[in-house]
Design a protein around this ligand. Structure first.
Ligand code: URA
Length: 181
């Protein structure tokens, strides 16, 4: 584990810990307030994120920004990262060797940010952080405390694009964290 952001960021340059390096355009490390109280963890970069090197800048990200605005969260006040930092081809789920290889970067980010609350966006984030036994449908909207961090699983914003009715849940969940900011 690195004690500084500089060391951590340097350590990921040219990362070849898993096969995703060979198809990526950019590493999507993470962005936001490095002292944030609230951290968001998604799954992995899509095409837009891969192009830009920033998390949640595509369609799902735009929807997340709109939800942020609705509940009064500013993107620059929170920290946003993903389980894997490089885009899985054709947006497939990240594979176990990939999430395993990438997890130390995320652990180090969490250690440096020291958030009070981590919002887990979707099944992949939930199961990789808290364990495969957690199901997103059952866990969504329920606080889970582990090692001094309060986790709130919610829908992945891309799920809202497929199912409008999930937007209400998503906003409700974000309202719970917005008041902690
Ligand atoms: N979906 C994710 O899980 N993360 C991103 O950064 C973009 C889309």
């Amino acid at each position: 584990m690195f004690e500084t952001w500089e060391e951590l960021e340097k350590s990921i340059e040219n990362c070849k810990k898993c096969k995703l390096y060979s198809t990526r355009q950019n590493i999507v490390f993470g962005i936001g307030n490095k002292n944030a109280k609230i951290m968001f963890i998604g799954e992995g970069p899509g095409a837009d994120e891969d192009k830009k090197g920033e998390p949640f800048v595509g369609k799902a990200g735009k929807l997340m920004d709109m939800a942020f605005e609705t509940v009064g969260i500013k993107r620059e006040d929170v920290y946003i990262a993903n389980i894997v930092k490089c885009r899985p081809p054709a947006n497939r789920d990240p594979e176990e060797d990939e999430t395993y290889a990438c997890m130390d970067y995320l652990r180090n980010q969490v250690m440096l940010v020291r958030p009070k609350v981590i919002v887990l966006l979707g099944r992949i984030a939930l199961q990789n952080i808290l364990g495969k036994e957690y199901k997103i449908t059952a866990s969504r909207g329920n606080w889970i405390e582990k090692k001094g961090i309060n986790y709130l699983p919610t829908w992945h914003p891309a799920a809202l694009l497929r199912d409008e009715s999930k937007k209400i849940d998503f906003i409700k969940d974000l309202q719970k964290v917005a008041k902690l900011n």
